[in-house]
Design a protein. Structure first.
Ligand code: NGO
Length: 651
């Protein structure tokens, strides 16, 4: 997404196909003031801990998984072995302990103590330790996020942090219905949102344009209803095994999946799949536009409830989390009475499976019965709403997603190349400057379960689009959900946010470089388009959307086909290489990467991106000598490599 970000704020210098781009500076050692979301209490000391190459990660039986997760992050960039060992007296290394934390940390918080000798994280639960690990990551230099070994030193500023969340629910949503997003994209997103202590990922699994989850009793939902998307692309769906893989991947990162089947409106994909679900018995065509409010399940037909019962039953069986989201928004093709009749039959189907009903705030209508522990998700643009206050008066909790503050699909400015603007333009400050505890009149903080930043995908097609719209706004919403209101301060927040920029660059997140934030001074990034490189056994093409420059290279199905760039570096040193590619197959298309004839990445995996027009970047760190170097990406399988858009070299 760098393309969009940089188009907005930068003048590009183009000469013979080489584009010089600004980039982030080398990382500085972090301070305790840099953490997002800002912790409850921070007491810095003068001490500095430097991770030695022989350090161990000490765990107890209940903290071993978090220790393994932390080791997985630290080993990549440090190159250290970091063995996991049984915890004793914490006198060296990094200890993850389930006792001794300040009692205020509760179920999700942690206490972190850093001295010159050791790092000690304490919590009451593995979740608390996991949250503490996210803080520890941010206290290490940004290069700790590198996918390849960096020189360090790996310092952690000394002191004590005691920290716990303001709200138990800190979520984000991804609409996989308008545009389908493959499992690999979801997993990458999960890894990134975890860094900001987001603990719920809501997946909008069905809408007019697509049905994205296999339901065995109604198989055409996925195979037919999932066969397209906005704009007419191929769409897609998750098998049950894939969905369970997502659930497990999220759970390992202490994130709960909230699956949504939107009903009774937003159901054209289901109605197109089964004629019986329509009042007139006639299936409409599949829909690939972006209008809303035209479709409805037939609320007067008994088969509708058989259908919903079957769907919710299979979904509940795949969902360890407490919530099943039943949608309920924009049911404009249904009368208010029919809507209430429908919801009053559907909600008990959720609670019968020991799940809690969650829905858009329209389910708060007084004719819709309250069900135990119900959660309504507020998505309005105003600061008062009778549906929400009615629901709250009956005992519902509210997840705050005000569309004019928290919607990640709104444009930042009128110049943002993707996104919508019906709820307004949402720059970073707008996303940050509201208080979930007082935002809707009549909804006290005690009735607020938390916050959620939804990302609808009418215009959001690629993984890079997701990054660009989520960063840096999602960390702003995460801070509203985690940090005490007493810490809320735009000036301090924008300084903390700026420090995240180099971290995101190293993580390969091409974020929106908001002019509201003073990002650290740039090093240099140069982009080399593949179509201008030396190509062997490949052809330049311009037939898939989303590439940069004038084209991309499509390899012939010949092993050893390759793209070779000549790059220049003014001085010797490490550089981050970013290869942008698309792989519309489901098979890995590995490539060997060489620098001046030396193999630096052997059969580097280039996994399927979901479609040939879906581009992702693969990042690796190398050492370049001063002067010119030859960087080659060569396919190693007989089917050839992925399509290659460009190579970026960042120093
Ligand atoms: C609305 C609508 C969605 C759109 C979204 C776009 C809700 C809850 N219903 O939000 O169908 O995709 O706006 O911003």
């Amino acid at each position: 997404m760098g393309r969009f970000a940089r188009m907005v704020v930068t003048v590009l210098l183009v000469s013979s196909g080489v584009i010089v781009l600004p980039a982030s500076a080398p990382a500085v050692a972090a301070t305790m003031a840099d953490v997002v979301p800002v912790p409850v209490s921070t007491q810095p000391s003068a001490a500095v801990y430097t991770l030695p190459s022989g350090a161990s990660i000490f765990t107890e039986p209940g903290s071993a998984d978090v220790g393994t997760y932390l080791a997985g992050i630290l080993r990549r960039s440090t190159g250290y072995a970091l063995p996991i060992a049984a915890a004793g007296q914490p006198t060296s290394g990094i200890s993850l302990l389930l006792s001794g934390a300040d009692p205020s940390v509760g179920a999700q918080g942690y206490q972190l103590d850093v001295t010159a000798a050791a790092v000690v994280l304490r919590a009451q639960t593995a979740t608390g330790l996991f949250n503490g690990v996210q803080t520890l990551r941010q206290l290490l230099p940004a290069e700790i996020e590198s996918a390849t070994v960096r020189p360090g030193p790996w310092t952690v500023p000394g002191g004590r942090i005691v920290d716990y969340p303001r709200f138990p629910y800190r979520g984000t949503m991804l609409d996989v219905a308008r545009h389908f997003h493959p499992v690999a994209t979801i997993k990458q997103h999960i890894d990134r949102i975890a860094l900001y202590k987001i603990n719920y990922l809501h997946l909008h699994l069905s809408d007019d344009q697509g049905w994205r989850i296999v339901v065995d009793t109604w198989p055409r939902l996925a195979t037919f209803g999932g066969s397209t998307q906005v704009g007419g692309g191929a769409g897609g769906y998750y098998t049950k095994a894939q969905f369970q893989d997502i659930v497990a991947y999220a759970a390992a990162r202490h994130i709960t999946i909230v699956p949504e089947i939107d009903m009774p409106g937003h159901t054209n994909a289901a109605l197109a799949s089964y004629a019986d679900l329509n009042c007139n018995g006639v299936a409409p065509a599949l829909y690939t536009g972006t209008a809303v409010g035209f479709s409805s399940l037939c609320t007067t037909k008994e088969i509708t409830y058989t259908f919903v019962n079957d769907v919710l039953g299979e979904l509940a069986a795949l969902t360890p989390g407490p919530y099943l989201h039943v949608g309920g928004d924009e049911a404009s093709a249904t009368s208010a009475a029919q809507y209430a009749t429908f919801m009053n039959r559907v909600q008990p189907l959720v609670t019968a499976r020991n799940k809690t009903v969650m829905g858009w705030h329209q389910i708060g209508a007084s004719a819709v019965q309250h069900s135990a522990n119900r959660v309504v998700q507020y998505w309005g643009t105003g600061t008062s709403d009778s549906l929400v206050t009615t629901a709250v008066s009956r005992g519902a909790k509210v997840v705050m997603s005000p569309a004019n503050k928290a919607y990640l699909d709104m444009k930042y400015t009128s110049a943002t190349p993707i996104g919508l603007s019906w709820a307004g333009l949402i720059e970073v400050q707008t996303a940050y400057e509201w208080n979930p505890g007082t935002h809707v009149s009549g909804v006290p903080a005690t009735a607020v379960l938390g916050v959620e930043a939804p990302m609808w995908t009418e215009t959001i097609v690629t993984e890079e689009h997701i990054e660009f719209m989520a960063f840096p706004r999602l960390p702003a919403i995460a801070e509203l959900g985690w940090s005490p209101w007493s810490t809320h301060d735009w000036t301090a927040f924008r300084a903390r946010l700026a420090v995240q920029g180099p971290r995101w660059t190293i993580m390969g997140i091409d974020f929106y470089r908001s002019p509201q934030i003073t990002w650290p001074a740039a090093g240099s990034t140069v982009r080399y388009e593949a179509e201008n490189a030396a190509i062997s056994q490949g052809v330049v093409e311009a037939n898939h959307a989303g590439y940069s420059g004038t084209g991309f290279v499509n390899y012939d199905s010949v092993a050893g086909s390759r793209v070779q760039w000549t790059v220049t570096a003014p001085a010797a040193g490490t550089a981050t290489l970013r290869l942008r590619y698309a792989n519309g197959t489901t098979a890995n298309r590995p490539m060997d990467i060489t620098v001046n004839g030396t193999l630096v990445a052997d059969e580097l995996a280039f996994a399927g991106t979901g479609a040939w027009a879906t581009w992702q970047t693969r990042t690796l760190t190398v050492t370049l000598p001063a002067g010119t170097s030859t960087i080659r990406a060569a396919a190693t399988t007989a089917i050839g490599g992925p399509n290659v858009d460009y190579l970026e070299v960042q120093r």
